[in-house]
Design a protein around this ligand. Structure first.
Ligand code: TRP
Length: 453
C-alpha cells in the first residue's frame, strides 16, 4: 500500500474548490439559518463569526498542516506524529464522527432529492404561503418509505463518487457546480429583500440582541462553526494529505474559510427577510428552509424552474460534503487496514445507511421518542457530533500539534511569509493558546450552568 504513490489533487484551484466543497453544504444553507433562528438571530451570528476567526481558521490550518505533513488518514496521522500513545484516540473519534455525521446528514441530503422531484412535478409551485408549505413539508417527511428511500439514494450517490477516488470523483464535480450555487442564492436574496416586511428579517439577522444569548447558544455557535467548516474530525486532515508540496496552506485555508462564511451569511440573507415577510416563526427548527423557500419561489415568475435548480444545487453542495465525510472513513480503512477502496466504500456506505434510518424516522414514527434529555434520535446525533465531538476533536488537534508534537517541526509546512506581522506566528500563538482556551472556557461555562439548572 504505502509504496504506491499517494494520489494528489490535480490542481491548486481544484484543491481549494474541493475543500470548499466539503465545507459548503447543508451546514451553510440548511443548518446555519435554522440554528440562527433557534438562537435569536444576530447575536448568535456574531458569536459564530468570532468562533470562525479564533477557532475555525487556526484549526483549519492545523488540520491541513497535519495532513500534508503525515500524508495520512486521521488515525495514521496521529500514529505517525505521536507514536503508540493515547493520542490516536483523536483519530478514531474523528472517524467515528464521520460515521455519525454522514448518517443524519444523508437524511437531509435525501430531502433535497425529494424536493427536486416535488419541484419538477410542480408540487412546490402550489405552495404559495408558508402555511401550505409547512403542511406539505410535514406530509413529505411523514412518508417513511420515501424518506428512507431518498436517504438511501443520497448515500448511494456518495458511494458512487467515492469509489472512483479523489481526482476523477470529488474534484471534478466540485469545480463545475459550486459557482452556480452562488448565483442562485443571489437570486433568492434579491427576491427576499424585495418583499414587504423583509426589513424585519434583515434586522433579526444583523442587529444583535444579546439578551437572547446564553451559554447554550454560545456552544451551538461554536459547534456550528466546526460543522460548517468540516473541522474537528480529520476531514481536512484527510484532504490535506492529498496536497502537494507546492500548495500554500495559509492562503488556501483563508480562501476556504472566507468562501464558507460568505455562503452562510448569504444563505441567512436569503432566508430571514423572506421568513419575516411571510410571517413564519424563525424558530421553526430543521424544516425552516423547506417551509420558506418553496413559498418564495411559488410567488415568482419561473419559480418552478428556480426551485428545481435551487434544490439540485443544494443536493450537489450536500453531496460534495457527504463525500468528504465518507472519504474520512474510507481513508482510514484503506490506509490502516489495507482494504480495497471499493470494498471499504460499499461496506461502510451500507453501515452508515442503516445508522441513518432512525434519523430519517425521527421526523415521523420516532418523532416523540426521546433518546437523551428531550432530544429525539436525530437531534441527539446532531448535537452529540456538532456540539461535543467536533469541538473536543478540535481542542485535541490544537493541543496535539501545538504542545505535544511541537510547532517547530511543522512550521515549514506554511507559506513563506514576509509581512510585518507574520501570519505564521500569529497562527502559532492562536493554535497554542487562544483556540484551546476558548473551547475549554465554553465547555466550563456550559458545565457550570448545567449544574446550576
Ligand atoms: N461542512 C459540511 C456542511 O457544512 C458538512 C461536513 C462535511 C462536515 N464534512 C464534514 C462537518 C466534516 C464536520 C466534519 O454542510
Amino acid at each position: 500500500m504505502s509504496e504506491q504513490k499517494r494520489e494528489q489533487w490535480g490542481s491548486k484551484v481544484g484543491f481549494v474548490l474541493a475543500a470548499a466543497g466539503s465545507a459548503i453544504g447543508l451546514g451553510n444553507i440548511w443548518k446555519f439559518p435554522y440554528v440562527t433562528g433557534e438562537n435569536g438571530g444576530a447575536a448568535f451570528v456574531l458569536i459564530y463569526l468570532i468562533s470562525v476567526v479564533l477557532l475555525g481558521l487556526p484549526i483549519m490550518i492545523a488540520e491541513l498542516v497535519i495532513g500534508r505533513h503525515t500524508e495520512k488518514d486521521p488515525v495514521g496521522a496521529f500514529k505517525a506524529m505521536l507514536g503508540g500513545t493515547g493520542w490516536v484516540i483523536i483519530g478514531y473519534m474523528g472517524v467515528l464522527s464521520g460515521f455519525f455525521i454522514l448518517s443524519f446528514y444523508s437524511v437531509i441530503g435525501g430531502w433535497t432529492l425529494g424536493y427536486i422531484v416535488n419541484s419538477i412535478t410542480g408540487l412546490t409551485s402550489s405552495l404559495k404561503d408558508v402555511g401550505t408549505a409547512k403542511v406539505a413539508f410535514n406530509e413529505f417527511t411523514h412518508d417513511t418509505v420515501m424518506v428512507v428511500l431518498y436517504h438511501f439514494l443520497f448515500i448511494a450517490a456518495c458511494v458512487f463518487i467515492v469509489i472512483r477516488g479523489i481526482k476523477n470523483g470529488i474534484e471534478k464535480w466540485s469545480k463545475v457546480l459550486m459557482p452556480l450555487l452562488f448565483i442562485i442564492i443571489i437570486v433568492l436574496i434579491v427576491r427576499g429583500l424585495s418583499m414587504d416586511g423583509a426589513i424585519d428579517g434583515v434586522a433579526f439577522f444583523l442587529k444583535p440582541d444579546f439578551s437572547k444569548i446564553n451559554t447554550d447558544s454560545v456552544l451551538s455557535a461554536l459547534g456550528q462553526s466546526f460543522f460548517s467548516l468540516s473541522l474537528g474530525m480529520g476531514a481536512i486532515i484527510t484532504y490535506g494529505s492529498y496536497l502537494s508540496r507546492e500548495d500554500k496552506i495559509l492562503h488556501s485555508a483563508i480562501y476556504i474559510v472566507i468562501l464558507d462564511t460568505v455562503i452562510a451569511i448569504m444563505a441567512g440573507l436569503a432566508i430571514f427577510p423572506a421568513v419575516f415577510a411571510m410571517g413564519l416563526n424563525p424558530n421553526s427548527g430543521p424544516g425552516l428552509i423547506y417551509h420558506v423557500i418553496p413559498a418564495v419561489f411559488a410567488n415568482m415568475a419561473y419559480g418552478g424552474v428556480f426551485a428545481t435548480l435551487f434544490f439540485m444545487l443544494l443536493f450537489i453542495a450536500a453531496l460534495t460534503s457527504g463525500i468528504s465525510l465518507l472519504e474520512v472513513v474510507v481513508a482510514y480503512i484503506t490506509d490502516e487496514k489495507g482494504w480495497s477502496r471499493k470494498k471499504a466504500v460499499l461496506i461502510f456506505g451500507t453501515v452508515i445507511f442503516l445508522l441513518g434510518v432512525p434519523s430519517a424516522l425521527s421526523f415521523n414514527v420516532m418523532e416523540n421518542i426521546t433518546v437523551f434529555v428531550g432530544n429525539n434520535f436525530f437531534d441527539f446525533m446532531d448535537k452529540l457530533t456538532s456540539n461535543f465531538m467536533l469541538p473536543i476533536g478540535g481542542f485535541f488537534i490544537a493541543i496535539a500539534l501545538g504542545w505535544k508534537y511541537g510547532l517547530d517541526k511543522t512550521m515549514h509546512e506554511l507559506d513563506p511569509d514576509t509581512r510585518i506581522i507574520s501570519l505564521k506566528e500569529l497562527w502559532a500563538f492562536t493554535i497554542k493558546f487562544v483556540s484551546p482556551i476558548l473551547v475549554l472556557l465554553v465547555f466550563i461555562f456550559n458545565f457550570i450552568r448545567q449544574i446550576g439548572d
